[in-house]
Write a protein that binds this ligand. Sequence first.
Ligand SMILES: Nc1ncnc2c1ncn2[C@@H]1O[C@H](COP(=O)(O)OP(=O)(O)OP(=O)(O)O)[C@@H](O)[C@H]1O
Length: 248
Amino acid sequence: MSLLTDIQLPAVQLAAVSKSYPGAAGSVPVLREVSLGFSQRALTAVMGPSGSGKTTLLNCAAGLDRPDSGKVLLGDTDLAVCDERELTAVRRGRIGFVFQQFNLLPMLTAYENVALPLRLRRRSVKRDRVMEALREVGLADKADRRPAQLSGGQQQRVAIARTLVAEPEIVFADEPTGSLDRHSGRQIMDLLRAVVDRAGRTVVMVAHDPAVAACADRVVFLSDGKVVGRLDHPTADAVAARLSMWER
Ligand SMILES: Nc1ncnc2c1ncn2[C@@H]1O[C@H](COP(=O)(O)OP(=O)(O)OP(=O)(O)O)[C@@H](O)[C@H]1O
């Protein structure tokens, strides 16, 4: 497992990020001046009760949503003030996203799904590079299959390969094991660990299950739109104990 002492430089830094959504009785704050950094070459899990703002935090950090105030620094780039064209370029070139529901295109093969980000960036698609990404997730032999011909765990691995092929600075994953059984979920977590430990990449994920969060280097706890705790080198028991403090 990565040593947090070696990885203090944040890949993404949020400073006083606030976000509200319109509600029946006026605007409802969802993130309240959140400040935190996601360490490079580490796996960070974001946890908290339902509605605490985890997905909103991830979406703001990934440039999928825009905060009302505060900064979201990816290197020197403040995503909070980028216009749509700049954000699209950042999302395509520098950020990877893995969703709970995989979001693969059903008519395309695994190979074609993985090649898609390169096509969208108008890069020439090098077959070796696409196959290398499929190999990294253990699916080089399934390159010609369509998503419906793959298990849920295999589909999620294709989605991870699709993210890795673009060599993002940081990968965000919103409950990447949420649609999978325990065994497939475990395989996805082993893969995300390898992505960090062997390939030296940075991963931030939302997790609900303390056993999944225990695979992370660090857990950040959100409650009611605020960061209320951090736990380094977590165990499932320690995570569950912390969560119970805010879920009572
Ligand atoms: N587009 C939106 N419009 C209005 N309200 C929203 C929107 N997105 C999220 N919310 C509200 O913001 C709050 C936080 O939502 P968010 O999805 O970030 O929480 P979460 O911690 O990820 O929840 P869960 O664990 O249930 O997925 C919720 O009350 C939600 O209803």
